[in-house]
Design a protein around this ligand. Structure first.
Ligand code: ASP
Length: 438
């Protein structure tokens, strides 16, 4: 029998109905042996996440302000779930113990972790799986960094003897026994760590969308889902602003060559998105995998005759921006021309200074500044071997009368990055999308 690790996000476990869906998903496949729950999330847009309420309780306690009413909201949510599922689990003394600890000055990390802890107790009881506390198997150093080696060993040793378990997400412990959490959304990381340690065949990440879309649905109406994407492509899209998994959550499974499947708890039939180590056979409709982009860049373009034969020109240019503590995103260049694409939040009032230094040290013929630029990455690992992709892309932009101010291609030929004016951003994304998808 194979092993699947299934992580369920907060909206997948927000109330009784959602718990029922989760149970039927888990029961559908006997390989779903290790289940990692988040804390209950929002039931509707104006609802509160349990984790947020817990942080709030702790902040109140710290300032000596009563937090009983907020804690009551938390208790009620859990007790309603237990009752609605018909479980005999008695959470009252456990909730009381947590309330006292918060009152007694326990840390924000301990307090926040209780959201996952309580949800894990309920889910384990409901699924009839063993409950494994991550405080016993997921370790941090005393200074708070995740200790991969100790963790993987402990997870392996413990789970070797446990065929089916619920392991709450988001937290672990330090050598002094104190609870330590990952950053927000960190249950994704726990799931990935468990998958890596038990050498799972698949890491399933169950959420409330049917995987990633080829483009931002706020820009392109009903974009097609991405059925399969490589880790590298995902990284390109994430870097360009697509809202994807926690970077730290990808690392452990990527390292272990385990695919991730993003699935929808509310639509379990949908195949979702499969994230794979290397390109499989399937390619999303058309020949690209996805499009993502960001606004807010400035391009500094420098021209100087015979630049190509001037020794150290590039190095001097880069040391100027380095000396201002600025990093750049791209550096397209030609024989007599070089440009630097820099995010506006990096520049932060330093532009004048940089231009002055460039003029003094590099003696260029011209320095042009283009502000209000947006970058758009069209990503697809099959692009390198498919002729005609850039023709199609630039043809569509030309037809749409969109002025392309900059072009850069990743060295792996996995992406084409273009710079357009901020105001053309949405139109450009639509034009590219419809050039590849009917
Ligand atoms: N419950 C935690 C949070 O809200 C962790 C998670 O949901 O993954 O950030």
């Amino acid at each position: 029998m194979g092993i699947k690790v299934a992580k369920f996000g907060g909206s997948s476990l927000a109330d009784v109905e959602q718990f029922k869906k989760v149970r039927s998903i888990v029961m559908m496949d006997e390989e779903r042996r290790y289940i990692v729950p988040s804390a209950p999330g929002k039931r509707h847009s104006s609802d509160h996440k349990i984790t947020d309420l817990l942080y709030l309780c702790q902040e109140h306690a710290q300032k000596g302000i009563p937090f009983g009413e907020i804690f009551e909201l938390i208790s009620t949510r859990y007790l309603e779930i237990v009752e609605g599922l018909g479980l005999s689990l008695d959470l009252v003394p456990i909730l009381e113990d947590i309330r006292e600890k918060i009152l007694g000055g326990y840390s924000a990390e301990y307090t926040a972790s209780r959201g996952e802890y309580l949800n894990g107790l309920i889910l384990a009881e409901y699924l009839d799986y063993e409950f494994v506390d991550p405080a016993d198997i997921i370790f941090f150093t005393q200074s708070g960094t995740y200790d991969a080696q100790a963790t993987v060993q402990a997870v392996r040793e413990t789970l070797r003897k446990v065929e089916r378990a619920v392991i709450p997400g988001f937290y672990g412990s330090r050598p002094d026994g104190g609870i330590q959490t990952f950053s927000r959304g960190g249950s994704d990381i726990t799931g990935a760590i468990i998958a890596q340690a038990v050498k799972a065949d698949l890491y399933e990440n169950w959420t409330d969308v049917s995987g990633f879309m080829m483009a931002d649905p706020r820009i392109v109406k009903n974009p097609k889902p991405i059925k399969e994407i490589t880790y590298k492509e995902l990284r390109e899209l994430a870097y360009m602003g697509a809202n994807v998994l926690h970077e730290e959550a990808v690392f452990p499974v990527r390292q272990a060559n385990i695919p991730i499947n993003i699935r929808n708890t509310n639509d379990p039939e949908a195949p979702g998105t499969l994230i794979v180590p290397n390109g499989g056979n399937y390619r999303a409709t058309g020949m690209i995998t996805g499009i993502a982009g960001k606004k807010g860049f400035t391009v500094i373009s420098i021209e100087k005759a015979m630049m190509n034969s001037e020794l150290g020109f590039g190095r001097k240019l880069l040391s100027i921006i380095e000396s201002k503590g600025i990093s750049f995103e791209h550096m397209p260049s030609g024989i007599d021309h070089i440009s630097l694409v820099i995010a506006d939040n990096q520049l932060d009032g330093k532009l004048e200074d940089i231009i002055q230094d460039i003029e003094q040290q590099l003696k260029p013929d011209t320095v042009d500044i283009t502000s209000n630029m947006a970058l758009i990455a069209t990503v697809g690992h099959g692009m390198a071997n498919t002729p005609g992709i850039s023709g199609r892309l630039f043809g569509a932009l030309g037809k749409g009368n969109i002025n392309v101010r900059m072009i850069a291609q990743g060295s792996g030929e996995m992406n084409i990055i273009i710079g357009v004016e901020n105001e053309d951003f949405e139109r450009a994304i639509k034009a590219i999308y419809y050039a590849f998808v009917d």
